[in-house]
Every structure is written in structure tokens, then in C-alpha cells.
Design a protein around this ligand. Structure first.
Ligand SMILES: Nc1ncnc2c1ncn2[C@@H]1O[C@H](COP(=O)(O)OP(=O)(O)O)[C@@H](O)[C@H]1O
Ligand SMILES: [Mg+2]
Length: 243
């Protein structure tokens, strides 16, 4: 299979005021690849995704799909095909499932109106539960359904890069399994994914390549399969009692 570089990030530095959080990070992502960034709470994972999305200011050279987007604002990055499912899901709680999903389609509406119907079909096929509940108010969904809705909304725009910030956070084990099964389905269908997780075991099982982010530095990186058997990763992140 021909590899095509979708994302190339070099010298990523991000600070909040005087506190530098991300230190000179470099990484790449090929189209149709799943990479994961794992690591402890506070390591800078969300800061990294928010920097890529353009939600917070960073200093970096970012090439996306052959274009330099280092200084491109958030809205344009969305239109170019970057999509982030944030840690807090950020749904419109007073609106229905369907209306929340529709809000994800505005990139489609701008570029190809005819595609909106097929996007609905696509997400409802992935998430039949959401179809059943399409008239339910989002605020009344369970945690797992909320996560599914957040992912469905992001997929409506047919993003070139889907970024997921801790999709398993706060969910019961069975639901976590379901979410990772969906990530697997997306991967098989060729969606390029940048997955940030504290659940290293599940994330490394689905990813092609992984990075361990600790205190704003990549302390380890490698093929996901080798990371999953790396003694340091096992001791720190996959140890007994951790899931
Ligand atoms: N808005 C903010 N202002 C100041 N510091 C922040 C802000 N957001 C996160 N931080 C700090 O940046 C560090 C990395 O946080 P974060 O990116 O949320 O890590 P992770 O997602 O890996 O848990 C933490 O020390 C956190 O306290
Ligand atoms: Mg986070």
C-alpha cells in the first residue's frame, strides 16, 4: 500500500502563560493510519490535540495534507478536514441527538450538499443506537451514548483526520469495549485517527504506532505492538490492576 503523509508536525511547543507544557514535539501520521498518544494525567495529551486543532496557540510547523497550516485559524482547519472529539464531548444538551449530529455536517453543506444524506446513513449505520434515539434530548443520554454521539457528529464532516481525546474516559468497561470496537471499524474503513488515551492497553491494541507523552516530552515511541510489550510501558502503564 502506498503511504501518503497526512500530518507532519515539527517543533511543537505550547505554553500556558509562562508554563511551557509541550516541549519540541515531532511526529508524523500517514493517511489511514491510527496513532495513539498515551501517558499519565497532566502529561499534555489534551494540550497537544488542542494545539493541532488550533484551539490554543502553539509554536509549531504543521503540515496537513500537503499544506502548511501552522498559522491557519481553527475554523479553516475544520474546513480542511481536521476534526476533534474533545475530552468533555461538548454536546448541545438541550437539543436532540439528530440536531447535534446535523451540526457536524456544515463542512459537507458548504462543499457538497448532496453528501449530507449519505453522511447520515454512514453514522447511523455505525451507531444504530443513535438512530433509535435520534429524537431524544442529548442531555438525557448515558455516558457511552454521549461519546458515540460526539464521534458521530465529528464523522458527519467526513474528516481527513479524526482526533479523539480520551474516548473511554469515565465509561464502564463494557462500553469502553464498544467504543474501541467502533474505533476498529473506523480504522478498517480507512479513517485516519489520532487517538489520545490513558487506557494504554486498549489504545495500543488498536493503533499502528504509539507515543508515550510524559511531562510534555515523548519518552518512548514505536510500533504499537512493540510498545505494548515494552517492559517500561508494561510496568508503568499496563501493570497489574490497570485496564
Ligand atoms: N488552560 C490551562 N491553563 C493552564 N494550564 C493548563 C491549562 N490546561 C492544562 N493545563 C496544564 O497543562 C498540563 C497538561 O494538561 P493536559 O494537556 O490537560 O494533560 P492530559 O490531557 O495529558 O491530562 C497540566 O499540568 C495542566 O494542569
Ligand atoms: Mg486530557
Amino acid at each position: 500500500m502506498n503511504k501518503r503523509e497526512l500530518l507532519n508536525v515539527s517543533s511543537l511547543n505550547t505554553s500556558y502563560g509562562k508554563a511551557q507544557i509541550l516541549h519540541d514535539l515531532n511526529f508524523q501520521l500517514q493517511a489511514s493510519e491510527v496513532i495513539t498518544i498515551v501517558g499519565p494525567n497532566g502529561g499534555g495529551k489534551s494540550t497537544l490535540l488542542n494545539s493541532l486543532m488550533g484551539l490554543i496557540k502553539s509554536n509549531a510547523i504543521i503540515e496537513f495534507d500537503g499544506e502548511d497550516i501552522s498559522n491557519t485559524p481553527l475554523e479553516e482547519r475544520v474546513l480542511m478536514g481536521l476534526s476533534l472529539v474533545p475530552e468533555k464531548r461538548e454536546l448541545f444538551n438541550a437539543m436532540t441527538v439528530q440536531d447535534n449530529i446535523e451540526l457536524g455536517s456544515y463542512r459537507q453543506v458548504l462543499f457538497n450538499k448532496n453528501d449530507v444524506a449519505s453522511s447520515y446513513e454512514y453514522v447511523y449505520q455505525l451507531f444504530p443506537k443513535l438512530k433509535e434515539r435520534r429524537l431524544q434530548i442529548a442531555g438525557t443520554l448515558s455516558g457511552g451514548e454521549r461519546q458515540m454521539l460526539a464521534i458521530a457528529r465529528a464523522l458527519m464532516s467526513k474528516p481527513k483526520l479524526l482526533m479523539l481525546d480520551e474516548p473511554s474516559l469515565g465509561l464502564a468497561p463494557l462500553i469502553v469495549k464498544e467504543i474501541f470496537q467502533i474505533i476498529e471499524v473506523l480504522k478498517k474503513s480507512g479513517v485516519t485517527i489520532l487517538l489520545v488515551e490513558q487506557n494504554a492497553r486498549a489504545a495500543l491494541a488498536v493503533a499502528d504506532y504509539g507515543y508515550v507523552l510524559e511531562m510534555g516530552h515523548f519518552s518512548l515511541q514505536g510500533q504499537a505492538q512493540s510498545l505494548a510489550t515494552d517492559q517500561r510501558v508494561i510496568e508503568t502503564y499496563l501493570g497489574f490492576g490497570k485496564t
